[in-house]
Structures are given as C-alpha cells and as structure tokens.
Design a protein around this ligand. Structure first.
Ligand code: PEP
Ligand code: MN
Length: 351
C-alpha cells in the first residue's frame, strides 16, 4: 500500500512564532505516526487569495525563511501556495519544493500556464498539488494538470477541496464535496495521488474529522488539514483550523480505521455486488419507464398548447423528494442533484 500523504499546517503564515509553535506541536504528532504508512508536508500560505480585499492577504515573501525553518522543526518538507511566477521563483529560491495551486488559480488557465512556463532549474525536484477549481468543472482541473505535465513536471498530485455552489446547494459544508467529481478524477488518473482537503470542504473545525474519515474510507491518497497553534487568533479561516491536540485526536481516529485489511474477493462481497447489479437493472428499467411516461406527457402538452416547463409542479416534486430523502437517510442535496438530472432529461424528452 502506498503511503498516505498528509499536508498539515496553518492556513496562513502569520509570524515566525506562530509557525514555529505550530511546527513544534505538529512534530510530536507526526513523529508518532507509523512512517511506513504516512508521509507529511508542512503547509502555510504566504500569498493568500482572499475573496475580499479588506481581509488578511498573507505575509508574502517575508515569511519564506520562517516557513523553511518551521519545516525543519516539524521534520517535514515545506509547501506553500503559488499563484504567480514571482511567488514560484521566490519560494523556489528559498528552497521550497512543494507547491499547491489554489482553487481560484486552477480556475484560470492563463495563470496556470504562467506558472507552468516559469523557468525552474530542476523541475524533477518539484512536487505540484493541483486543487480542483471552484466550480465542478473537471476539464478545468484536468487542464491544469496537463499544463504542468506538458511543461515537464512529473511529480503531480491533486487535491479535492470541494466546490463553491452558491445558492445551488443545501450542503452543510463550506464547499460542497461533490465526491463524484473527485471519483471521476481518480478514474481518469490512476497514477496521480488524490488528496482530500477536509478543512476547506468542512469550513468548521467540528466537521473536519467526518470528511477526513470519509476520504480515507473511500481510498483517497491523503489529506490536507489546516492546523494552527491558536485557531481562535488566526488571521484567516479561524473557524476551520484545528488545534494540534484536535489534529492528534483526528489521527488517532484515522489510524483506527484499518482500510488495509480488505478482502476484495470474498464470497460475501461478490454476493453483495451481485445484488447491486440486479438493483441497478431494476433502477434503469424504472428510469426508462419514467422516460416513456414523460414522452406521453410531452405529447399531451403539445396537443393542448401547454408549455413543457412547469416550475411550481417541479418545485413541489423536488420539495417532496428532498423531504422523503431526509426521512430515509439520504442526503437531500444528493437527492436534489439526481432529481435535477432526471427532470432535465424528462423536459428534453418532452420538447
Ligand atoms: C488554502 O489552501 O489555503 C486555500 C486558499 O485553499 P483553496 O484554494 O482550496 O481555497
Ligand atoms: Mn485556508
């Protein structure tokens, strides 16, 4: 089994003391992890892509030596976010070799191209982590990966950090996980480790562990977790950063999840898979039946000069289905997504 990759550390570098204190506390936790199972990297953002210009924008290049020193304390390589060639050049010259591309940067092919084109003496030393773009557009994500690959980089890793869905979500998290997008990424790139940024998905410290555990059980290749020596005093993302103690608890919880003891060929599993396949056959037969009814409705509406789209009817249908889903232990947001696809196909069939 490949090692799980842990990227931990504060959202942002704020002062030398803050970084050094966090690194000291992290060292203890990281050193206690079985080294055959985990590799770790110390993160801190120096240049922060914040939505509002009136919030903390990061300490900038001044924090580079602090991060390098803190990484030595933690016993991990340092990682930081780069969005512009100047960030990459300065961080590379300071000795940093792990870089992540933030969600807002991945969303902009010009910026990714500018990073990929930045002259670097030895590209093979560099490890890139490409976060998903802010919207669930897998092609933008894949495009960023390909731009770095074409530029000659070979150590590529991806980070799933969830999606900003605005009004189009009932997700309880800061960023809707939309696991299906991450699963599709993994399907396309078997050779690129995919990490889950549980902190930026969750948005609240109390919910980081559940996302992290889901990711590990799903078989993701690692985690990004924000840890700050004093989260309540953090200058950015204060709500979601863990104390080093909470991070230690989280790692205890995760190391208790023994996902290596699997038996992929058991007859019990084969029988369950058989049942899933049969259920899928029934599900698709029902979908096909539903489509045929839609077609008849479409014919009726055409004959009576009625518009196909009937918003109040659909709103009611959706409301009932989401309520039903909730009562049956199904995520209402997932129910909404499924209903939206079914309804869209039904409308298209009718027109
Ligand atoms: C971060 O990791 O600090 C960050 C800004 O993340 P994202 O790009 O996922 O918002
Ligand atoms: Mn952050």
């Amino acid at each position: 089994m490949d090692k799980k990759i842990l990227i931990v550390g504060p959202c942002a570098a704020e002062s030398y003391e803050q970084l050094a204190d966090t690194a000291k506390a992290l060292r203890e936790v990281l050193c206690s992890l079985p080294s055959a199972q985990f590799e770790h990297v110390l993160r801190a953002g120096l240049w922060k892509p914040r939505s509002s210009p009136s919030t903390f924008q990061g300490i900038g290049a001044e924090g580079l030596p602090w991060l390098v020193e803190a990484a030595a304390i933690a016993g991990s390589p340092a990682a930081t976010e780069v969005a512009q060639p100047e960030h990459l050049t300065a961080a590379y010259e300071a000795g940093i070799r792990h870089f992540w591309i933030g969600a807002r940067t991945t969303s902009n092919p010009f910026m990714v191209e500018a990073l990929a084109d930045t002259p670097i003496a030895d590209k093979q030393e560099i490890v890139w982590y490409i976060k998903n773009p802010t919207s669930p557009d897998i092609d933008l994500w894949v495009g960023a990966v390909e731009r770095l690959r074409r530029a000659g980089y070979r150590q590529l890793r991806a980070i799933h950090r969830g999606f900003a869905m605005g009004e189009h979500t009932t997700s309880i998290y800061r960023n809707a996980p939309l696991w299906s997008v991450a699963i599709e990424f993994k399907r396309r790139y078997a050779d690129i480790p995919l990490l889950t940024d549980a902190s930026h998905i969750a948005g609240q410290a109390e919910r980081v562990a559940e996302i992290a555990e889901q990711a590990m059980r799903m078989g993701m290749d690692g985690l990004m977790i924000e840890v700050h020596s004093h989260p309540d005093k953090a200058l950015s993302d204060a709500r979601q950063q863990l104390t080093p103690e909470a991070f230690a608890q989280l790692m205890l919880r995760l190391t208790a999840v023994d996902i290596s003891a699997h038996d992929g060929d058991s007859t019990e599993l084969a029988s369950l898979r058989q049942q899933i396949d049969e259920t899928d056959d029934e599900l698709w037969a029902l979908l096909s039946k539903r489509m045929n009814i839609s077609q008849q409705i479409g014919k009726y509406k055409r004959e009576h000069n009625m518009p196909v789209l009937q918003r109040t009817r659909y709103n009611e249908l959706l409301r009932r289905r989401m309520q039903w889903a909730e009562q049956h232990g199904i995520d209402p947001e997932a129910a909404k997504q499924i209903m939206d696809i079914i309804h869209e196909q039904s409308v298209l069939r009718q027109v």
